[in-house]
Design a protein around this ligand. Structure first.
Ligand SMILES: Nc1ncnc2c1ncn2[C@@H]1O[C@H](COP(=O)(O)OP(=O)(O)OP(=O)(O)O)[C@@H](O)[C@H]1O
Ligand SMILES: [Mg+2]
Length: 269
């Protein structure tokens, strides 16, 4: 068995790649798929913090420096997910040898069905390495012309490396970004949109709680979309949310998220 490897990238920074990678990986694991999430953003790693693994002593940095075995850098995440986090020190960044990534992935690949790689942003050696080792490239873009323009450049970069981008996710959309707006904005890219994810307060709330939104707020709109995408990648057709019962749960979730936001902002005082 060899894992199907997805690399998550973008041209512009801060589009939601790491958030998306964490949640896609957790959603795949929630579908009982053996899934590994790798933080390959070796300069600005965030996934350790997002999943409460920030104190891990052995990380991708040590493995890339050939100071540790990859098996010792795999940690348990939500839903049975395995996580290969990356350290945050500058020394770790300095000693990391990215040319080892391909061999590291080849070593772990037989143990998984899916590998999700979170990357840094833009056109550089690190993103090139993550693109070269994957089967499919997914772009996470926001509904702004700058993000779309840089995404288009990233797609060209990917093609240059021999990988056509499979599709994109439009993240942080708001009601103002309706279908006509999206068609105008994204139409020129001519790229499959896998999901349109809303701007959702459950995201910062779940990050503050160091959990994926798909486990912390499973009935939120964004979690339903993430699970739908995970199911699509597995070739599973998701049943539509149950009339009545599902909607009630969704409403309760909205109240719970609003409450969590309040208690989080109060606790900061
Ligand atoms: N759908 C969303 N709704 C609300 N906030 C979001 C959403 N997606 C991401 N965010 C927020 O956007 C910010 C950037 O997210 P994230 O760190 O995942 O982006 P990134 O693309 O990985 O950034 P970088 O380029 O620095 O690696 C975070 O503060 C996150 O909480
Ligand atoms: Mg990131």
């Amino acid at each position: 068995m060899a894992a199907k490897i997805y690399t998550i990238t973008s041209g512009k920074g801060g589009t939601g790649k790491s958030t998306f990678a964490v949640n896609l990986a957790a959603a795949l694991a929630g579908l009982a798929k053996k899934t590994l999430l790798i933080d390959a953003d070796i300069g600005m790693a965030n996934i350790g913090l997002m999943l409460g693994l920030e104190n891990s002593k052995i990380t991708l940095h040590e493995v890339l420096a050939d100071e540790a075995n990859v098996a010792d850098a795999l940690y348990d995440g939500p839903n049975g997910l395995k996580v290969l986090p990356c350290g945050i020190s500058l020394q770790g960044f300095k000693k990391a040898d990215l040319s080892r990534l391909k061999d590291i992935i080849a070593e772990v690949s037989p143990n998984f069905e899916f590998i999700i790689i979170d990357t840094s942003t833009g056109i550089n050696h690190a993103t090139a390495t993550s693109i070269e080792v994957c089967d499919e490239v997914l772009l996470v873009l926001t509904p702004e012309i700058t993000s779309i323009a840089d995404g288009s450049k990233m797609r060209a970069f990917s093609i240059l490396l021999g990988k056509e981008v499979t599709g994109m996710v439009l993240n942080r959309t708001m009601p103002v970004h309706d279908e006509i707006y999206r068609e105008k904005l994204v139409g020129a890219l001519d790229l499959k949109i896998f999901e349109v994810l809303p701007e959702d307060v459950s995201i910062p709330n779940s990050i503050a709680g160091k959990s994926p939104v798909v486990t912390k707020y499973p009935y939120s709109e964004i979690s339903i979309a993430m699970n739908r995408l995970a199911a699509l990648l597995c070739g599973i057709k998701m049943p539509e949310p149950e009339e009545g019962k599902g909607q009630k749960k969704q409403k309760n979730e909205k109240k719970r998220i609003a409450g969590a936001k309040l208690s989080f902002s109060q606790s900061k005082k």
